[in-house]
Design a protein around this ligand. Structure first.
Ligand code: ZN
Length: 292
């Protein structure tokens, strides 16, 4: 009699465990069902953060004759783990608000995880990171004026209606227009040049991989920078300024001198913005130098 009780008890435990497992798997499937084609263009995936270590390792580096490090290529392995973590956490954040509880079931997640979505995200981020070779503002080794920047992705902006900041602002600590040169972060073709109400004098450069790098509020353009021109990473394309926030071409002085950096990828014939902050952080130590 006692033996039977133990058997029944064991069977009940087994059943309960099975129910928990099946429930977990179905839950996983439904979470992963939320991510489908185009998920990479969702708010969550347009803003991918990296740890200091990942920033340090995302590029393979080499040194030139002067012993200065330069970017030799992209470390796709780091990019893979960053994107995997981001998809994984963004799903559970969506579900639980904290991204914690999901950490117990990585195996189920792996089973249910749609590989194509991951590959699509990877391809977009390879487009973004793969051609980047330079920080867009060189280091002032003469007067030592700083050019700080923060992660202001999605912070509120009031000019031009209710909108969010879709870029990173690199500030000139001396607030002097025309002082800092701006260089291209990538090789590429100058696709757009000219005045925009919001961006002032701006440049749009399409890198070979297909991402679009947007430089706004320039004080002036460098010579030879015309639409259709092929340029190399590190080429001076203009100077940092404060143009924009006016319908009238040449409007200045509506805000502090800075470079607004935007990064876009095409999706369904639309340009979708991605947070440039961690891209900038990852190339910061490869800044060129200039003497004013
Ligand atoms: Zn900005």
């Amino acid at each position: 009699m006692k033996k039977n009780k133990i058997k029944i008890f064991a069977a009940l435990i087994l059943c309960a465990a099975l129910v928990v497992l099946i429930h977990g798997y179905i839950h996983m499937l439904s979470l992963c069902g939320d991510i489908k084609e185009g998920y990479v263009y969702s708010d969550a995936m347009r803003n991918i953060d990296m740890t200091e270590k990942e920033i340090e390792k995302i590029f393979y580096t080499d040194k030139n004759q002067d012993d200065m490090p330069y970017i030799a290529g992209l470390n796709e392995g780091i990019l893979r783990s960053v994107i995997y973590r981001k998809i994984y956490l963004s799903l559970f954040e969506k579900e639980n608000g904290d991204g914690e509880s999901g950490r117990n079931v990585p195996y189920m997640f792996k089973k249910a995880f749609p590989e194509e979505v991951f590959e699509e995200a990877l391809n977009v981020y390879i487009k973004i990171y793969g051609d980047v070779r330079c920080f867009p503002v060189p280091k002032d080794v003469g007067a030592g004026i700083e050019t700080p920047y923060d992660d202001s992705w999605n912070s509120a902006r009031d000019y031009g209606g209710d909108r969010k900041h879709e870029g990173t602002d690199i500030m000139a600590a001396n607030n002097t227009r025309g002082y800092f040169p701006v260089v291209s972060m990538t090789d590429g073709v100058v696709e757009k040049k000219g005045w925009l109400e919001l961006g002032g004098y701006r440049l749009g450069i399409r890198s070979p991989g297909g991402a679009y790098f947007y430089y706004a509020h320039l004080a002036e353009y460098a010579e030879g920078i015309e639409e259709g021109a092929q340029i190399k990473a590190g080429t001076v394309i203009g100077t940092m300024g404060d143009t924009g926030y006016g319908k009238k071409e040449g409007t200045t002085g509506k805000f502090a001198v800075h470079l607004h950096m935007g990064i876009y990828c095409d999706y369904n014939d639309e340009e979708v913005s991605f947070n440039p902050y961690y891209v900038l952080k990852s190339v910061d130590r490869f800044r060129k130098e200039f003497v004013p």
